[in-house]
Design a protein around this ligand. Structure first.
Ligand code: ADP
Ligand code: MG
Length: 342
């Protein structure tokens, strides 16, 4: 493994918050996203890997080297924060060359290297400017160029796109991904934006209250969340309190539905997860798990509508996504109902 985070724990003072027993591994060149609600410990984890704070237990190993006690500037790690943290008194070129100066590269060489990096991120013509004269998106590209310029083994990105508006964010996502691949830098991307994580990452770690809930591929996380907290955080879904009614059948209050109940006993409580795109719109009478009712709310999203469907006699709604909202019924295939621990 290129980057191995082993049983890492850190607390801000006695009884304080932090992270608890986190283990993650990334192969060379992989992009690993760390997601979780605000305060879940994402930045703390990143700060430990960067060397800005020291863990109280566990270790970080980068390319076979235990980083415990190694100072920030000797870790071979490039870092980009949400606030670009560029030096306003230095030119764009000198900002990018900064890490090379710290590593004692001669002036001519580091200027040439900085210019090559600026060319790569499409900012060659801004080399002489002050970073204060650039847009947010451009500043973040400079920060990325600066972080990659010295050829780090790992790249740490803490909410690098959070301060940008939506259109630029989408564009920069692709750009960050391409640059990270091009440089083969093993990358830890911290974000509270689960869509950003799912679209960019090879694997995703979900943190909550300092603990790791799940570490998986984006597909696995979406299709097979470890529990309802992960399901709530990753993608849209309907989560219904359910009771196992019989082997292969659950009671969700307004209906009995066929579902894989696995090893759960009759009477056991669970949460049934339904992903919106799995709802079948206006199925023929007699289809398994057909639920009669009505669409009670719709949101137009361009190519699809996202709708709330209220089953007959129910107070809960089911969230669906389709080309057109259902008129009178939905259905969900038994294999598309996932039971999670309550
Ligand atoms: P995230 O980046 O996921 O929003 P952080 O890693 O910044 O979360 O914070 C995790 C927890 O640690 C939070 O409860 C936060 O309030 C607390 N915390 C963060 N920094 C400090 C600090 N310097 N001193 C004390 N507590 C802190
Ligand atoms: Mg943070």
């Amino acid at each position: 493994m290129s980057l191995s985070i082993d049983n890492l724990s850190f607390r801000y003072g006695p009884g304080g918050q932090g992270v608890e027993d986190i283990s993650l591994q990334a192969a060379q060149g992989e992009l690993l996203a760390v997601i979780g609600p605000s305060g879940s410990g994402k930045s703390t984890l990143l700060r430990i890997v960067a060397g800005l704070i020291e863990q109280q237990a566990g270790r970080v190993v980068l390319a076979g080297r235990d980083l415990t006690g190694v100072p920030v500037h000797r870790r071979d790690i490039g870092v980009v924060f949400q606030s670009y943290a560029l030096f306003p008194h230095l030119s764009v070129r000198d900002n990018v060359a900064y890490g090379l100066k710290m590593r004692e590269m001669p002036l001519g060489e580091r200027r040439a290297a900085a210019d090559r990096m600026l060319h790569t991120v499409g900012l060659a013509e801004f080399a002489e400017r002050s970073p204060t004269q650039l847009s947010g998106g451009q500043q973040q590209r400079v920060a990325l160029a600066r972080a990659l310029a010295f050829g780090p083994k790992a790249l740490l990105l803490d909410e690098p796109l959070a301060a940008l508006d939506a259109a630029i964010r989408g564009h920069l996502r692709d750009e960050v991904r391409q640059l990270q691949r091009q440089f083969g830098a093993t990358t830890l991307l911290v974000t509270h934006d689960q869509e950003e994580a799912l679209t960019m990452a090879d694997r995703v770690a979900v943190l909550d209250a300092g603990r790791l809930l799940q570490f998986d591929s984006p597909e696995a996380l979406y299709e097979r969340p470890a529990n309802s907290r992960v399901a709530r955080f990753v993608g849209h879904s309907t989560l219904l309190p359910a009771t196992v009614h019989a082997q292969g059948q659950i009671d969700v209050g307004f209906a009995l539905l066929h579902a894989d109940t696995g090893t759960r006993a009759v009477g056991a409580k669970a949460i049934a997860m339904l992903r919106p795109e799995r709802l079948v719109v206006d199925p023929p009478a007699g289809q398994a798990n057909r639920i009669a009712g009505a669409t009670t709310f719709t949101r137009y999203l361009g190519s699809i509508v996202r709708y709330d469907f209220t089953p007959q006699g129910a107070t809960t709604t089911l969230l669906g996504e389709a080309a057109v909202a259902p008129a009178a019924a939905v259905a969900v295939k038994p294999e598309h109902i996932r039971l999670l621990d309550a």
